[in-house]
Structure formats: C-alpha cells, structure tokens
Design a protein around this ligand. Structure first.
Ligand SMILES: [Zn+2]
Length: 250
C-alpha cells in the first residue's frame, strides 16, 4: 500500500506542475501545449531538471538557473497543494467509483485556487467543462439519485447568485458558476455546509491577516482558497462535522 501512496503523491506533484501551467496560460489566454515551458523572464527553455516539482525549486533556491530571476513561490505551492489534496481525497474516499467525481471536484478546486490567487479570477473555460463532466459522472456514480446532484447544482448556483447580488460584486460570476459545479458534486445539504465552512474559515483568516497587518482593510482577498477548504471539509467530513455540531448544541 505504501507504494501506491508514494505513487499517488508523485502523480499529484506532476499534475500540480501541469495545473500551474494551465492556470497561468489560461489567464494569459495562451495555448496550454505551446510553446514549451520557459522562464517568463529570460525566456530560456526549461530542461527536465528545471521542471521536477518542488525539488527543482528547492535546489535552485527559488531562482531561474539561467538568469537568476526569482521564481514565484506559487509554483511549489501549486504543486504541493495538488499533491496534498489529491492524496487526502484518495485516502478518505478510497479506491471506489466515487473517487472519480471526487477527483474531478478536487482538480476543479485546485485550478480555481491557482487562478484566483494569481488574478482573482475563476475561469469559465475550467469550470463549465468540469460542471458538464461532473453531471455526466453522476448519471452513473453516486449513492443518491441523479436528481439529488442536479438539485445540489441549482442550490449552489442560486445561493451564490443571491450573495453576488446582495454583495454587489463582492462575489464574482466565476464563484457563482464554480458553486454550481460544487453543488453537483456535493448535493444540496453539503453544498450549504461547504459555503458556511468557507465563510467561517474566510472570516477567521481574514481577521487574522488584518490583525497581523498582512492585508489592509478593503483590500480584496481571493475567496477561492476558502471555497477550496470549505468544500473539501464538507465533502470528506460533512457528516462528522454535522454530528459534532448537533452534539455541541445539545
Ligand atoms: Zn530566467
């Protein structure tokens, strides 16, 4: 089993490296396949050694090998985020059919975080195809009837649309569509919980960042990372969190 675990982590790191490229190139409206990876500063083509996830960043001390320009720490961050979340989802869901929609959701969340922290955007070119694939996957996979997942999508979409209207642009259209996809993956109840958890974590971290002076008042913070945390918590531990909450209240 330990070999499978290591294998999953390695695949996660490689996927993370690919998702970084996907996020950056989609944000810049460039092709994902061409040109081959290069340093954004000196344009030098990167060798296989420069592309080893996380390790190349550590060995090169965060600098381009050719021009010494600093490499953004968002690269190793994206690789670690992908590997960790895929590993956790694989561990908790296990090798069963449900792992397919679970991983689709994870990939969607990770890429959304990577585009959101770079340019505060969650892209339709990622969300809408994933929404479609998630709907199709639930035609065949799931413990609940198909309509349950569709209803989840409607609930996620409607809730975020409401928040977007009330907050007057505090929540963007990208978040609304992302929540439609999250809803399809989680079903209605856990979608609501994911939003509650995301808001709670977002508020706590937002207050902390303000108190520590890391961000300024009125400075917009990307909500994507909190959606990521809230959604994975609800998806993997929603029932436990609910039980704990009920016990806590009584
Ligand atoms: Zn360079």
């Amino acid at each position: 089993m330990i070999f499978i675990d290591i294998y999953v982590i390695l695949i996660g790191l490689l996927l993370g490296s690919f998702f970084n490229v996907v996020a950056i190139r989609l944000l810049n409206k460039k092709s994902i396949a061409f040109p081959p990876s290069h340093c954004p500063h000196c344009k030098h083509k990167l060798s296989v050694l420069d592309l080893v996830p996380v390790f190349s960043y550590v060995f090169l001390k965060g600098k381009c090998r050719y021009c010494q320009t600093k490499i953004s720490p968002l690269y190793p961050f994206g690789e670690l985020l992908t590997a960790t979340s895929i590993f956790i989802v694989y561990k908790f869901v296990g090798l069963q059919l449900e792992l397919i929609p679970a991983l689709l959701l994870t990939v969607l969340l990770v890429i959304s975080v990577l585009t959101d922290i770079r340019k505060q955007l969650i892209l339709d070119v990622v969300t809408l195809p994933m929404l479609g694939v998630l709907i199709i996957s639930h035609l065949f996979i799931g413990t609940e009837p198909f309509w349950y997942y569709l209803l989840g999508g409607v609930v996620g979409f409607a809730l975020l649309l409401l928040i977007a209207i009330v907050s007057r642009g505090g929540m963007g259209g990208g978040d609304v569509k992302l929540y439609a996809a999250i809803g399809v993956a989680l079903g209605p109840w856990m979608t609501v919980m994911s939003l509650v958890l995301a808001s709670f974590v977002g508020t706590v971290i937002g207050v902390l960042l303000l108190a520590l002076g890391i961000v300024k008042r009125k400075q917009p913070i990307a909500f994507g990372p909190f959606i990521f945390i809230g959604t994975l918590l609800a998806y993997l531990f929603g029932q436990d969190i609910w039980n704990w909450y009920i016990n806590f209240l009584w």
